[in-house]
Design a protein around this ligand. Sequence first.
Ligand SMILES: Cc1ncc(COP(=O)(O)O)c(C=O)c1O
Length: 472
Amino acid sequence: MHHEEFRRLGHAVVDRLADYFETVDDRPVAADVEPAEVMRHFQEPPPRSGKAGEEVLAELDEKLMPYCTHTGSGGYMGLITASPLPVGVLGDFIASALNQNVGVYSIGPSAVAMERETVRWLCELAGYGAGAGGNLTSGGMTANLIGLKLARDAVSSAHDSGVEGKWAVYTSEERHVSVDKAVDLVGFGREGLRAIPTDDVLRVRLDALEEALAQDKARGVRPACIVAMAGSTNTGAVDDLEALRRIADREGIWLHADAAYGGGLLVSGRFRETLRGIEQADSITIDPHKWFYAPVDAGAVLVRDAGALTRSFSIRPAYLTELDDAGERYAFYEHGLEQSRRFRALKVWMSFKRYGTDEIGRWVDANVDQARHLHALAEAHPRFASITEPPMSAACVRYLPRRELDEDSVHRLHDAVAARIERGGEFWIGTTRIKGHSWFRACPVNFRTTREHMDRLFALLERECAVLEAAR
Ligand SMILES: Cc1ncc(COP(=O)(O)O)c(C=O)c1O
């Protein structure tokens, strides 16, 4: 592509995206379309000859744009994907153009420096001291996997000789499923995961944890790690991080805190205290692509002692001759899982520069207020209940049918209502199950959402639940 064509097409793309952001709130949040129809648009043999860039863009208008879920719309409050900050979108654009491969220093000296500093900012926000470090990752899944690998390598010799004997990882019944995958991937096996019951505000019950530890030790199963929730996916629950630290110390095991979602509160002006004790974790997952409003992908794993990353991942192949003992030409490759790595730091760095943590923190606080408003509306209504006052931005509310219905029927009713809401296009919310009950789950990580969205959402829930119940 000649650079003049790039300039012309690039301007056309930026114009389209500026229009997109201007109108994103007017679009249906999700498309009312069958999956097969979406697939049909893309089914064709690999193109053997090219066509003009403008024609390719026209195809996007026809095939891509109408079937997107608009996470940037104020009505999107579903699975945790942020409304992306436009400045972060520009960052991603630039990152692709420069194509710095931050796995090694020589393919991106300034990009490596920027990522190191961005990681340092995150460490500072988390309360870590000097000596901490980390990596930006594809997301929370990878960050939790790295956390679990660090835990395994801290307590065993599995890094060299493979996993021997039985090991257990202790985590909340409210954990994210990435913890299950990580426990499997590091070789402990899914049977090595202990899902500890939670109390009525969804925090791990310490008595149940102690019991599980004692039972395992009596059977010769060795404890490896506690994975604490610092903002559970369902409700934003935060475990007692200080108590878990004390237990981990007593047992001589690793403490990993999963703040993939909840890490947003690190910049909160009003709710930072919710994450009290997070700085005591050995490692932390925190996803800028969740509550720091970065476009996917930008996760992070932070480690209190950065040396743990090097001990766990360092390997020096002959073709990477540039690795130096002084560590001046820092190679993320040597201190993390990935070799080729996208220049993820740029969008996060640019967002922090453009808005500052105070402004981002105000959006985070507003999202918490919105969730609490929905909670209050549900609590004040005779036919609704809320599971708990949201510590973060995830509100779980449920409809209480007039007739006695079993829980599966209530779940089907909730699913049907959520599906109608999706088709209606004004909002996107999910459903979930917690403690044997079905819930609607609305979770704005969205700087366009307002309190008024919550009023409208609740009115819609009220109406749709009543209509569907009457039709049954
Ligand atoms: C608490 C928690 N941990 C981990 C993850 C996984 O993060 P990702 O989807 O970025 O891999 C999520 C995703 O929602 C999450 O809520």
